[in-house]
Design a protein around this ligand. Structure first.
Ligand SMILES: [Zn+2]
Length: 372
């Protein structure tokens, strides 16, 4: 299996518009990777333990080198090889926020965006509450400046958050009086077990998910809920205009669908109470279910056929944009990719044929038309 399409070849070009600060940070990361200062490691699939992968992409949306693979045995997409924990620790401290947000400090806008996300999460979780809302203790891992928690506190929950980045914690503490502390779930001393633990756009950044899940299981109340939000692979048409490359960012070590996430969580006795491909998902360690043997369901074929369909549509759309702007050579390249991804799609073959006519390649055009 080759890359998803030719645009996933590593060519160092960013796939989105970057400001000056972002370009500086990209160069800095490129240099650290090229010199070997940021080290990489190959790992087994964290769900099935196998090493049989197909390569999907060699770059991320910033044009950074990123090896994105799909596991043939369970369908989990992962960054592999990936940077080591030490490399990621420095990356998060120095380049991450500047590269991703194009700013180097927390702002009211960042807090407010997180707050709106928090309201959505609250509404999603609320039907699963079995006690009055003010009895709930909510813990958020990787809370940033605490906007998500603000939405829960507003509803009457007791909240606490932690994050490694102290500057963001200070923002939420100073401006909103939130209980935010520096540290990790492991070294946190809690006066009571959280009823809800939230990971909002955090879980897909973690390297050792098994250790994380063991810690969550220890910390969470017996009837507690684990909520995970992350950018779902099968949701890219709603969030990233069907452009898989926009989903890819070097900070993400895993790229989940609801099924691949559920496969992993099951290994630790978590069962999915509700979930969708956004991904929004609620898990619990329901004791009545724990005797059930976890079964890994392979999402490989489903994920690959989804991605090649979406990629084919993306290529056709790009072909049409180029055609309308009289860039026939570029249009032809996109239609060719569309045909490669979907050889039996008559419409794409005809679009390619018409474009070849525009390029005065009449014989090729006729051949393409006749085989469509
Ligand atoms: Zn696997």
């Amino acid at each position: 299996m080759e890359l998803l399409s030719s645009r996933y070849v590593y060519d160092t070009n960013p796939h989105k518009l970057l400001n000056k600060l972002q370009l500086e940070m990209k160069q800095q990361v490129d240099d650290k990777v090229a010199s070997g200062y940021y080290a990489f490691e190959s790992v087994r699939c964290c769900v099935c333990g196998q090493r049989d992968f197909d390569l999907l992409s060699e770059k991320d949306r910033y044009g950074l080198w990123m090896s994105v693979k799909i596991c043939q045995v369970c369908g989990l997409i992962q960054t592999n090889p990936r940077m080591t924990q030490a490399a990621y620790d420095e990356f998060y401290q120095i380049e991450y926020r500047k590269l991703y947000q194009g700013e180097d400090r927390p702002t009211n806008q960042i807090f407010y965006d997180a707050y709106l996300r928090g309201r959505n999460i609250y509404n999603y979780l609320q039907p699963w509450f079995s006690r009055p809302v003010n009895e709930y203790f909510v813990l958020e891992v990787g809370c940033g400046c605490g906007g998500v928690l603000q939405a829960f506190r507003e509803q009457g929950c007791q909240v606490k958050g932690f994050d490694p980045g102290t500057e963001y914690l200070d923002f939420g503490r100073t401006n909103y009086g939130l209980d935010l502390v520096a540290g990790t779930l492991d070294d946190l001393v809690l006066h009571r077990s959280p009823d809800i633990i939230i990971y909002s756009h955090v879980f897909e950044h973690i390297l050792d998910l098994h250790a994380e899940l063991r810690t969550i299981k220890r910390a969470l109340a017996k009837d507690g809920l684990l909520f995970i939000e992350l950018p779902g692979v099968k949701n890219i048409e709603n969030v990233y205009e069907g452009d898989f490359l926009l989903l890819l960012q070097n900070a993400h070590t895993y790229h989940f669908t609801l099924l691949t996430l559920t496969n992993l969580l099951q290994l630790h006795g978590f069962y999915c109470l509700a979930g969708n491909e956004v991904v929004f998902a609620i898990f619990s360690t329901d004791p009545s279910q724990t005797s059930r043997e976890p079964t890994i369901q392979n999402d490989y074929s489903s994920v690959l056929s989804f991605l090649s369909n979406v990629e084919s549509r993306y290529q056709v759309q790009q072909g049409l944009i180029n055609y309308k702007n009289n860039r026939f050579f570029e249009a032809a390249e996109h239609f060719a990719e569309g045909v490669r991804l979907h050889p039996t799609n008559t419409q794409v073959r005809r679009l390619w044929a018409v474009t070849l006519m525009k390029m005065d390649r009449v014989d090729d055009a006729v051949k393409m038309w006749q085989t469509s």
